[in-house]
Design a protein around this ligand. Structure first.
Ligand SMILES: C[S@@+](CC[C@H](N)C(=O)[O-])C[C@H]1O[C@@H](n2cnc3c(N)ncnc32)[C@H](O)[C@@H]1O
Length: 356
């Protein structure tokens, strides 16, 4: 530091306390996972005011751990504390976000994927020096599971009700019987939601990650749609089949090493009047458009998860999680599509429609 730099003490202390808050939030990420795994949130979802001893008894967790966890949650504003009764309450709105796996705003999956990402970070730091990549398949399972638990509520809430209807003429085809390929499907959450809604159509999910495909098959069987939702391990650039009425990609194009090659292959396997639906993280086209909480989250995932995944594959284009519609459209149009337009967006996603 230069000797003649003047330090504004108020500004310095503001920054220090902001950072203290962020370190608290860092620890809180693990505490949320603890609440999810040990059942604290689910046990408090009825809104009853509990003492730490009661919550410990409800969950079968040691009282000391339960007490400290509750205090940390109260200090972070996740749980309310009443000093007069020494009781803790989970507000109904927080229960919807933390305890209800079917809620459209269920968030523990986001913590699970974030914590899983941080656990693998030392390998990423080493790769960052050399430019080497780190594939989706090399990560711990919390990333794969957390990804599904984070994205599934959004697909449940938006896919059938608003995203598919926003595409030109697609719902009619799905209702009467269409051929659909869901590429980069992970655990198949999106494939299964579509298969449940459109019993006359045939859905083919694929992903390059074999363990995810095995999980997708199990989940489709559990959901009772295994006959019309089949899965195969295949990289996007060589999925089998032809004449698909609809090809979908959910939050995966930017993870691919060669999104342009994948786009060219989609163009080849699509029926002449078919549609490619590309769901990607919401982003503006310029860095300054994304300097906000959602952009911060996605740039974090981009650095530690998505960009390393792309770099681990051939070409290694590394589009980044915040590529934005303009850059994505360039890739899509460059692959021989004639039209691309943004048809929907949510706080986390945007939906592009591409047509030959
Ligand atoms: C962020 S996850 C999204 C998974 C799923 N679509 C979802 O929304 O839950 C990205 C997925 O892309 C897959 N992936 C990455 N590169 C791929 C490639 N070249 N071909 C096929 N799948 C790929 C990963 O295995 C992973 O399942």
């Amino acid at each position: 530091m230069s000797t003649n730099t003047t330090i504004d003490q108020d500004k310095l202390m503001d920054f220090v306390f902001r950072v203290v808050g962020e370190v608290g939030a860092t620890l809180n990420a693990t505490l949320v996972e603890m609440g999810d795994r040990l059942g604290f949130y689910r046990s408090m979802a009825d809104g009853a005011a509990v003492t730490h001893a009661e919550l410990a008894q409800r969950t079968g967790v040691d009282e000391h751990y339960t007490r400290e966890w509750l205090c940390a949650q109260a200090a972070g504003g996740y749980i309310d504390y009443d000093p007069a009764t020494a009781r803790y309450t989970l507000p109904a709105e927080h229960a919807a976000a933390l305890a209800d796996e079917q809620s459209p705003v269920f968030l523990p999956g986001l913590f699970q994927i974030a914590n899983g990402t941080c656990r693998d970070a030392p390998a990423i730091f080493a790769d960052a020096r050399t430019g080497a990549g780190f594939g989706w398949h090399q990560h711990n399972e919390d990333i794969h599971q957390g990804c599904e638990r984070f994205f599934r509520p959004g697909y449940n809430a938006n896919l059938v009700g608003s995203w598919l209807p926003a595409l030109n003429g697609v719902v009619g085809k799905l209702e009467s019987g269409a051929r659909v390929a869901d590429v980069g499907c992970g655990y198949g959450a999106s494939t299964i939601v579509m298969a449940q809604a459109f019993p006359r159509s045939a859905f083919f999910g694929s992903d390059y990650h074999a363990e995810s495909i095995a999980a997708a098959r199990d989940r489709a069987a559990e959901a009772g749609v295994a006959e019309r939702a089949t899965f195969e391990c295949a990289p996007a650039a060589s999925i089998p089949g032809s004449d698909y009425d609809l090809v979908t990609m959910f939050d995966c194009l930017h993870d691919m090493g060669d999104p342009a090659g994948a786009a060219r292959h989609v163009r080849e396997v699509l029926a002449p009047d078919g549609t490619w639906m590309v769901v990607e993280p919401i982003a503006g086209d310029r860095v300054e458009d994304n300097l906000n909480p959602v952009g911060r989250l996605y740039y974090g995932f981009s650095t530690l998860l998505c960009t390393p995944c792309s770099l681990s594959q051939e070409v290694g284009l590394a589009l980044g999680t915040q590529a934005g519609a303009a850059k994505l459209s360039e890739v899509i149009l460059g692959a021989g599509f004639n039209q691309v337009r943004k048809v929907a967006e949510t706080p986390f996603n945007m939906v592009l429609e591409a047509r030959p």
